[in-house]
Design a binder for this molecule. Structure first.
Ligand code: CA
Length: 111
């Protein structure tokens, strides 16, 4: 069964207005679901980055406690780069979230 056959529900050989409307509605529903999944995934990533930033110092403590002094030194020396990177990820997330909430005034925007 081709995509055309799926869209041509009544089997008339052409896609009439009702079938086009159904396709458009299905397309809109999929876009909404994709946008929702994208927002959820981005939010999870930001929380993961924040938790990593909060728990990072415990890595130094744990490796030091386990006697892995070399690992403790390496983790400590990576901290500055790590914190800047995570702060960048989180701030971009916040900025994009803020921009996404602004209403669009462009003509022809399907949303
Ligand atoms: Ca038809």
């Amino acid at each position: 069964m081709t995509e055309f056959d799926k869209a041509d529900v009544d089997g008339s050989g052409c896609i009439d207005q009702v079938e086009w409307d159904k396709l458009a509605l299905d397309d809109k529903r999929r876009r909404i679901e994709d946008d929702d999944a994208h927002r959820d995934q981005t939010r999870k990533m930001a929380w993961f980055a924040l938790w990593g930033m909060l728990l990072y110092p415990s890595g130094v403590v744990i490796t030091s406690f386990l006697g892995l002094e070399n690992a403790s030194t390496i983790i400590g020396s990576m901290a500055s780069v790590y914190f800047v990177s995570v702060a960048g990820v989180v701030s971009v997330f916040m900025g994009v979230t803020k921009l996404a909430k602004k209403p669009t005034l462009e003509k022809g925007d399907p949303r």
